[in-house]
Design a protein around this ligand. Structure first.
Ligand code: G3P
Ligand code: CA
Length: 242
């Protein structure tokens, strides 16, 4: 598995420009494109199974309706999470996190973004059964990250930052012994990069699909990027590790 400190290419929700986001098809495509890691979003089913979907509700990316957490895993498994993207992906299911860990753990790094507080501990418990999967857990919910750090002293954590006081977010990341800082790309500036460098925190910015923008962020000192289109950035911007 690749070194997180060289320019690192994350496929955001998989290769979500090329296949329906957060599906096994999107993850397989990302790996084929040479992504170093897969970013995926985690919710919890009603019966406590960590599943891979971005939204709190099913409506945008599946043929189901309503809140994810009100459905059991057997119900969620029946849904079509591919047709909304293209008929070519009709029938593509919502994956369980466990399926992703089994298939891609040990092949590429995984960034598990926890979207629901209750999913946090369930994810940690599942990860203990897959010690070969190199995973990072991230969240916008810093309270959840604090809770997870208390629960597991060695869990690799990354702090997500969208907007507001980045200095506060960086000091929180340091306090949590984070392995990386993940800001929205528009928030990145020289002083943030300098502060993270001093704190020995790699900066991985989201979400960047334009090669020109990607190059300029890397020149500015960003260590990694999240992209929906790893095929556009791989090679042109971030050569794969030899
Ligand atoms: O990991 C960064 C990014 O995924 C956070 O935003 O809404 O795409 O999950 P979102
Ligand atoms: Ca995400």
């Amino acid at each position: 598995i690749t070194d997180m400190h060289r320019p690192f290419l994350w496929a955001h929700r998989g290769a979500s420009c090329l296949a329906p986001e957060n599906t096994m098809a999107a993850f397989a495509t990302a790996v084929e494109c040479g992504a170093d890691g897969l970013e995926l979003d985690i919710h919890l089913s009603r019966d406590g199974v960590p599943i891979v979907i971005h939204d709190e509700t099913l409506d945008r990316t599946t043929d189901g309706h309503g809140r994810v957490c009100t459905r059991t895993w057997p119900q969620l498994q029946m849904l079509d999470a591919g047709s909304w993207f293209s008929e070519a992906f009709a029938g593509e299911p919502i994956p369980a996190l466990e399926e992703v860990l089994k298939t891609f753990g040990g092949r590429v790094r995984l960034n598990l973004e926890i979207k629901a507080f209750d999913a946090g501990v369930a994810v940690i418990e599942l990860l203990q059964r897959y010690p070969d999967a190199e995973s990072i857990v991230s969240s916008f919910d810093w309270r959840l990250l604090e809770h997870l750090r208390t629960t597991d002293a060695s869990l690799p954590i990354a702090v997500l930052f969208a907007a507001g006081n980045w200095r506060h977010a960086v000091s929180l990341a340091v306090g949590l012994r984070s392995v990386a800082f993940h800001p929205e790309a528009g928030q990145v500036g020289r002083s943030m990069i300098t502060a993270c460098r001093q704190a020995q925190l790699p900066v991985h910015a989201w979400t960047v699909d334009d090669p020109v923008r990607a190059k300029s962020l890397l020149r500015a000192g960003v260590n990694g990027l999240f992209t929906k289109d790893p095929s556009a950035l791989r090679g042109v911007v971030l050569p794969a590790a030899s």
